[in-house]
Design a protein around this ligand. Structure first.
Ligand code: ADP
Ligand code: MG
Length: 322
Protein backbone atom coordinates (compact mmCIF):
# COMPACT_ATOMS: atom_id res chain seq x y z
CA UNK A 1 0.00 0.00 0.00
CA UNK A 2 1.12 3.54 -0.68
CA UNK A 3 2.30 6.05 1.89
CA UNK A 4 -0.94 7.95 1.33
CA UNK A 5 -4.01 6.07 0.22
CA UNK A 6 -7.22 7.87 -0.69
CA UNK A 7 -10.35 5.99 -1.74
CA UNK A 8 -13.59 7.42 -3.08
CA UNK A 9 -13.10 10.68 -1.22
CA UNK A 10 -15.97 13.15 -1.36
CA UNK A 11 -16.65 16.57 0.14
CA UNK A 12 -19.97 18.37 -0.04
CA UNK A 13 -20.56 21.92 1.16
CA UNK A 14 -24.34 21.99 1.46
CA UNK A 15 -25.58 20.65 -1.86
CA UNK A 16 -22.38 21.62 -3.69
CA UNK A 17 -19.86 18.83 -4.29
CA UNK A 18 -16.33 20.26 -4.11
CA UNK A 19 -14.50 16.89 -4.15
CA UNK A 20 -16.24 14.27 -6.21
CA UNK A 21 -15.16 10.67 -5.64
CA UNK A 22 -11.39 11.01 -5.76
CA UNK A 23 -9.04 8.01 -5.39
CA UNK A 24 -5.25 7.91 -5.57
CA UNK A 25 -2.14 6.43 -3.97
CA UNK A 26 1.11 8.21 -3.18
CA UNK A 27 4.16 5.94 -3.12
CA UNK A 28 6.75 6.21 -0.38
CA UNK A 29 9.45 8.73 -1.23
CA UNK A 30 7.82 10.33 -4.23
CA UNK A 31 6.64 13.85 -4.96
CA UNK A 32 2.99 13.69 -5.99
CA UNK A 33 1.38 16.83 -7.38
CA UNK A 34 -2.22 17.93 -7.65
CA UNK A 35 -2.40 20.32 -10.59
CA UNK A 36 -5.57 22.29 -11.15
CA UNK A 37 -7.06 25.78 -11.45
CA UNK A 38 -8.54 27.81 -8.60
CA UNK A 39 -11.68 26.22 -7.23
CA UNK A 40 -10.79 22.72 -8.50
CA UNK A 41 -10.96 21.21 -5.01
CA UNK A 42 -7.25 21.03 -4.11
CA UNK A 43 -7.48 22.65 -0.68
CA UNK A 44 -10.66 20.74 0.17
CA UNK A 45 -8.85 17.47 -0.62
CA UNK A 46 -5.64 18.26 1.26
CA UNK A 47 -7.62 19.46 4.32
CA UNK A 48 -9.44 16.13 4.55
CA UNK A 49 -6.21 14.14 4.21
CA UNK A 50 -4.49 16.09 6.99
CA UNK A 51 -7.50 15.65 9.26
CA UNK A 52 -8.62 19.30 9.32
CA UNK A 53 -11.93 18.71 7.62
CA UNK A 54 -14.26 15.75 7.72
CA UNK A 55 -14.92 13.86 4.48
CA UNK A 56 -18.52 13.49 3.36
CA UNK A 57 -17.51 10.01 2.24
CA UNK A 58 -14.38 7.99 1.54
CA UNK A 59 -11.32 6.48 3.18
CA UNK A 60 -7.92 8.01 3.91
CA UNK A 61 -4.86 6.23 5.27
CA UNK A 62 -1.43 7.76 5.85
CA UNK A 63 1.32 5.17 6.34
CA UNK A 64 -1.44 2.69 7.09
CA UNK A 65 -3.03 4.88 9.79
CA UNK A 66 -6.73 5.66 9.29
CA UNK A 67 -6.98 9.46 9.40
CA UNK A 68 -10.65 9.63 10.38
CA UNK A 69 -10.44 7.39 13.45
CA UNK A 70 -6.81 8.05 14.45
CA UNK A 71 -6.36 11.69 13.50
CA UNK A 72 -3.74 12.61 16.14
CA UNK A 73 -1.63 9.52 15.49
CA UNK A 74 -1.69 10.20 11.74
CA UNK A 75 -0.86 13.89 12.21
CA UNK A 76 2.22 12.98 14.27
CA UNK A 77 3.95 11.72 11.11
CA UNK A 78 2.72 14.54 8.86
CA UNK A 79 4.15 17.94 8.13
CA UNK A 80 1.46 20.41 7.17
CA UNK A 81 1.97 23.61 5.15
CA UNK A 82 -1.43 25.29 4.72
CA UNK A 83 -2.12 27.84 1.99
CA UNK A 84 -2.35 30.55 4.69
CA UNK A 85 0.32 30.59 7.37
CA UNK A 86 -0.60 29.23 10.79
CA UNK A 87 2.29 30.90 12.66
CA UNK A 88 2.22 33.67 15.26
CA UNK A 89 2.75 37.29 14.22
CA UNK A 90 4.24 38.54 17.46
CA UNK A 91 6.76 35.70 17.83
CA UNK A 92 10.08 35.77 16.00
CA UNK A 93 11.24 32.95 13.73
CA UNK A 94 13.11 31.06 16.43
CA UNK A 95 10.20 31.29 18.90
CA UNK A 96 7.70 30.16 16.27
CA UNK A 97 9.78 27.10 15.45
CA UNK A 98 10.31 26.22 19.12
CA UNK A 99 6.59 26.64 19.75
CA UNK A 100 5.73 24.32 16.83
CA UNK A 101 8.21 21.81 18.26
CA UNK A 102 6.48 21.91 21.65
CA UNK A 103 3.14 21.20 19.94
CA UNK A 104 4.68 17.98 18.65
CA UNK A 105 5.87 17.13 22.15
CA UNK A 106 9.58 17.59 21.39
CA UNK A 107 11.84 18.03 24.41
CA UNK A 108 13.48 21.41 25.04
CA UNK A 109 16.99 20.03 24.36
CA UNK A 110 15.82 18.83 20.95
CA UNK A 111 13.73 21.88 20.05
CA UNK A 112 16.34 24.61 20.05
CA UNK A 113 19.07 22.95 17.99
CA UNK A 114 16.46 21.76 15.47
CA UNK A 115 14.99 25.29 15.22
CA UNK A 116 18.45 26.76 14.65
CA UNK A 117 19.27 24.11 12.07
CA UNK A 118 16.07 24.84 10.12
CA UNK A 119 16.58 28.62 10.24
CA UNK A 120 20.01 28.06 8.72
CA UNK A 121 18.77 25.55 6.15
CA UNK A 122 16.04 27.96 4.97
CA UNK A 123 18.48 30.88 4.96
CA UNK A 124 16.41 32.65 7.59
CA UNK A 125 19.27 33.07 10.11
CA UNK A 126 19.16 36.84 10.02
CA UNK A 127 15.38 36.87 10.37
CA UNK A 128 15.40 34.58 13.40
CA UNK A 129 15.07 37.50 15.80
CA UNK A 130 12.48 39.57 13.87
CA UNK A 131 8.76 39.14 14.58
CA UNK A 132 6.95 37.01 12.01
CA UNK A 133 4.75 39.97 11.01
CA UNK A 134 7.86 41.83 9.77
CA UNK A 135 8.71 39.03 7.32
CA UNK A 136 8.24 39.31 3.56
CA UNK A 137 5.73 36.90 1.98
CA UNK A 138 8.53 34.63 0.76
CA UNK A 139 10.15 34.52 4.21
CA UNK A 140 6.77 33.81 5.83
CA UNK A 141 6.22 30.84 3.50
CA UNK A 142 9.71 29.49 4.15
CA UNK A 143 9.28 29.72 7.93
CA UNK A 144 5.88 28.02 7.62
CA UNK A 145 7.56 25.14 5.79
CA UNK A 146 10.37 25.03 8.36
CA UNK A 147 7.76 24.81 11.15
CA UNK A 148 6.06 21.93 9.34
CA UNK A 149 9.39 20.08 9.23
CA UNK A 150 10.31 20.61 12.87
CA UNK A 151 9.45 17.03 13.91
CA UNK A 152 11.02 15.47 10.77
CA UNK A 153 7.72 14.18 9.36
CA UNK A 154 7.57 11.16 7.09
CA UNK A 155 5.01 12.82 4.80
CA UNK A 156 4.87 16.51 3.92
CA UNK A 157 1.71 18.21 2.64
CA UNK A 158 2.07 21.58 0.92
CA UNK A 159 -0.90 23.57 -0.34
CA UNK A 160 0.32 25.84 -3.19
CA UNK A 161 3.77 26.32 -1.64
CA UNK A 162 4.97 28.90 -4.16
CA UNK A 163 1.79 30.85 -4.93
CA UNK A 164 2.05 34.61 -4.47
CA UNK A 165 5.69 34.80 -3.41
CA UNK A 166 8.88 36.10 -5.02
CA UNK A 167 10.82 34.14 -7.64
CA UNK A 168 13.91 33.57 -5.49
CA UNK A 169 11.94 32.21 -2.52
CA UNK A 170 9.93 30.00 -4.90
CA UNK A 171 13.15 28.59 -6.33
CA UNK A 172 14.56 27.90 -2.87
CA UNK A 173 11.33 26.18 -1.84
CA UNK A 174 11.34 23.93 -4.92
CA UNK A 175 14.98 23.03 -4.22
CA UNK A 176 14.08 22.28 -0.61
CA UNK A 177 11.24 19.99 -1.69
CA UNK A 178 13.50 18.04 -4.03
CA UNK A 179 16.15 17.79 -1.28
CA UNK A 180 13.56 16.43 1.20
CA UNK A 181 12.55 13.81 -1.31
CA UNK A 182 16.19 12.74 -1.64
CA UNK A 183 16.24 12.24 2.12
CA UNK A 184 13.24 9.93 1.83
CA UNK A 185 10.32 12.20 2.68
CA UNK A 186 7.08 11.55 0.80
CA UNK A 187 5.59 14.77 -0.54
CA UNK A 188 2.11 15.79 -1.63
CA UNK A 189 1.76 19.27 -3.06
CA UNK A 190 -0.94 21.20 -4.84
CA UNK A 191 -0.18 23.81 -7.47
CA UNK A 192 -1.73 25.71 -10.31
CA UNK A 193 1.65 26.17 -12.02
CA UNK A 194 2.15 23.67 -14.84
CA UNK A 195 5.90 24.25 -14.91
CA UNK A 196 6.17 23.57 -11.21
CA UNK A 197 4.36 20.24 -11.46
CA UNK A 198 6.40 19.33 -14.54
CA UNK A 199 9.68 20.31 -12.92
CA UNK A 200 9.54 18.60 -9.54
CA UNK A 201 6.74 16.01 -9.41
CA UNK A 202 7.30 12.29 -9.98
CA UNK A 203 3.61 11.85 -10.65
CA UNK A 204 0.91 14.40 -11.38
CA UNK A 205 -2.86 14.26 -11.08
CA UNK A 206 -4.91 16.79 -13.04
CA UNK A 207 -7.80 17.95 -10.90
CA UNK A 208 -10.75 19.86 -12.31
CA UNK A 209 -14.21 20.44 -10.84
CA UNK A 210 -13.53 18.09 -7.96
CA UNK A 211 -12.44 15.15 -10.09
CA UNK A 212 -9.13 13.61 -11.12
CA UNK A 213 -9.19 13.79 -14.89
CA UNK A 214 -5.87 12.03 -15.47
CA UNK A 215 -2.83 11.02 -13.47
CA UNK A 216 0.57 9.51 -14.04
CA UNK A 217 4.23 10.24 -14.63
CA UNK A 218 5.09 12.98 -17.09
CA UNK A 219 5.82 10.48 -19.91
CA UNK A 220 2.53 8.67 -19.19
CA UNK A 221 0.58 11.92 -19.34
CA UNK A 222 2.39 12.97 -22.52
CA UNK A 223 1.30 9.71 -24.19
CA UNK A 224 -2.13 11.17 -24.90
CA UNK A 225 -0.62 13.82 -27.20
CA UNK A 226 2.53 12.22 -28.57
CA UNK A 227 0.59 11.09 -31.59
CA UNK A 228 -0.25 14.66 -32.53
CA UNK A 229 2.28 16.11 -34.95
CA UNK A 230 2.75 19.73 -35.92
CA UNK A 231 5.28 21.60 -38.04
CA UNK A 232 5.67 25.35 -38.30
CA UNK A 233 6.95 26.78 -41.60
CA UNK A 234 8.35 30.28 -41.92
CA UNK A 235 8.22 31.61 -45.50
CA UNK A 236 8.83 34.82 -47.44
CA UNK A 237 5.16 35.25 -48.43
CA UNK A 238 1.93 35.99 -46.64
CA UNK A 239 0.81 32.48 -45.76
CA UNK A 240 -2.87 33.38 -46.16
CA UNK A 241 -2.28 33.72 -49.90
CA UNK A 242 -1.48 30.00 -50.34
CA UNK A 243 -2.82 28.22 -47.24
CA UNK A 244 -6.13 27.21 -48.86
CA UNK A 245 -4.34 25.60 -51.79
CA UNK A 246 -1.90 23.87 -49.44
CA UNK A 247 -4.81 22.56 -47.39
CA UNK A 248 -6.57 21.10 -50.43
CA UNK A 249 -3.31 19.45 -51.53
CA UNK A 250 -2.61 17.86 -48.07
CA UNK A 251 -6.01 16.77 -46.85
CA UNK A 252 -4.86 14.67 -43.88
CA UNK A 253 -3.22 17.71 -42.29
CA UNK A 254 -4.83 20.79 -40.85
CA UNK A 255 -3.27 23.98 -42.21
CA UNK A 256 -3.43 27.14 -40.11
CA UNK A 257 -2.07 30.39 -41.55
CA UNK A 258 -0.38 32.71 -39.07
CA UNK A 259 -0.18 36.47 -39.53
CA UNK A 260 3.64 36.57 -39.58
CA UNK A 261 4.33 34.74 -42.91
CA UNK A 262 4.32 31.45 -41.06
CA UNK A 263 1.88 28.57 -41.02
CA UNK A 264 1.32 25.46 -38.99
CA UNK A 265 0.51 22.04 -40.41
CA UNK A 266 -0.81 19.56 -37.88
CA UNK A 267 -1.84 15.95 -38.26
CA UNK A 268 -2.44 12.73 -36.39
CA UNK A 269 0.14 11.11 -38.65
CA UNK A 270 3.72 12.09 -39.26
CA UNK A 271 3.98 14.74 -41.96
CA UNK A 272 6.42 13.88 -44.81
CA UNK A 273 8.36 17.06 -45.55
CA UNK A 274 9.42 16.51 -49.15
CA UNK A 275 5.96 16.87 -50.81
CA UNK A 276 5.32 20.01 -48.79
CA UNK A 277 8.67 21.52 -49.78
CA UNK A 278 7.96 20.59 -53.40
CA UNK A 279 4.66 22.46 -53.17
CA UNK A 280 6.47 25.54 -51.86
CA UNK A 281 9.14 25.25 -54.53
CA UNK A 282 6.62 25.12 -57.38
CA UNK A 283 4.84 28.19 -56.01
CA UNK A 284 8.22 29.98 -55.75
CA UNK A 285 7.82 30.37 -52.02
CA UNK A 286 11.03 30.44 -50.00
CA UNK A 287 11.05 28.43 -46.78
CA UNK A 288 13.38 29.80 -44.13
CA UNK A 289 12.46 27.48 -41.33
CA UNK A 290 10.56 24.23 -40.76
CA UNK A 291 10.35 23.25 -37.14
CA UNK A 292 8.52 20.51 -35.30
CA UNK A 293 6.26 21.83 -32.54
CA UNK A 294 6.43 19.47 -29.60
CA UNK A 295 3.32 19.15 -27.46
CA UNK A 296 3.67 20.34 -23.87
CA UNK A 297 2.09 19.24 -20.61
CA UNK A 298 -0.09 22.31 -21.06
CA UNK A 299 -1.48 20.83 -24.29
CA UNK A 300 -2.24 17.59 -22.43
CA UNK A 301 -4.03 19.47 -19.67
CA UNK A 302 -6.15 21.45 -22.14
CA UNK A 303 -6.92 18.35 -24.17
CA UNK A 304 -7.96 16.22 -21.19
CA UNK A 305 -9.79 18.81 -19.08
CA UNK A 306 -11.22 21.11 -21.76
CA UNK A 307 -10.05 23.96 -19.51
CA UNK A 308 -8.12 26.88 -21.01
CA UNK A 309 -4.51 26.80 -19.86
CA UNK A 310 -4.78 30.48 -18.87
CA UNK A 311 -6.80 29.29 -15.85
CA UNK A 312 -3.59 27.76 -14.55
CA UNK A 313 -1.38 30.75 -15.00
CA UNK A 314 -3.28 33.68 -13.61
CA UNK A 315 -0.77 35.07 -11.15
CA UNK A 316 2.38 33.41 -12.34
CA UNK A 317 5.23 35.45 -10.98
CA UNK A 318 7.27 37.65 -13.26
CA UNK A 319 10.41 36.09 -14.61
CA UNK A 320 8.98 32.62 -14.71
CA UNK A 321 10.61 29.49 -13.41
CA UNK A 322 14.27 28.91 -12.89
N1 ADP B 1 -16.09 26.09 3.36
C1 ADP B 1 -16.64 26.11 2.14
N2 ADP B 1 -17.96 26.29 1.97
C2 ADP B 1 -18.54 26.29 0.76
N3 ADP B 1 -17.86 26.13 -0.39
C3 ADP B 1 -16.52 25.95 -0.30
C4 ADP B 1 -15.86 25.93 0.97
N4 ADP B 1 -14.53 25.73 0.74
C5 ADP B 1 -14.39 25.63 -0.60
N5 ADP B 1 -15.58 25.77 -1.23
C6 ADP B 1 -15.82 25.67 -2.69
O1 ADP B 1 -15.35 24.41 -3.11
C7 ADP B 1 -14.69 24.50 -4.35
C8 ADP B 1 -13.29 23.98 -4.22
O2 ADP B 1 -12.55 24.87 -3.40
P1 ADP B 1 -11.05 24.59 -2.99
O3 ADP B 1 -10.94 23.23 -2.44
O4 ADP B 1 -10.62 25.72 -2.10
O5 ADP B 1 -10.31 24.66 -4.40
P2 ADP B 1 -8.79 24.98 -4.76
O6 ADP B 1 -7.97 24.82 -3.54
O7 ADP B 1 -8.45 24.00 -5.85
O8 ADP B 1 -8.75 26.38 -5.29
C9 ADP B 1 -14.77 25.96 -4.77
O9 ADP B 1 -15.88 26.12 -5.63
C10 ADP B 1 -14.99 26.68 -3.46
O10 ADP B 1 -15.71 27.88 -3.66
MG1 MG C 1 -6.62 26.10 -2.63
Amino acid sequence: MGMVSVKNLKKDYGNFTAVDDISFEINKGEIFGFLGPNGAGKTSTINMIIGLSRPTAGEIAVDGIDVKSQTKKAQAIMGIVPDESNLYNEMDGFENLCFSASLYGMRKEEREPRARQLLKQFRLNDAGKRPFKAYSKGMRRKLTIAAALIHSPRVLFLDEPTTGIDVESSRQIREMIVELKKQGTTIFLTTHYIEEAERICDRIAFIAKGQIVASGTLPQLMESVTHDYAIRFVTDKNSESFSIELQSRFKTSEVTAQSDNSLIMSSEQRIPLFPVMEFFHKKEIEVYEARELRPSLEDVFVKLTGIESSALKKDKEKGGFR
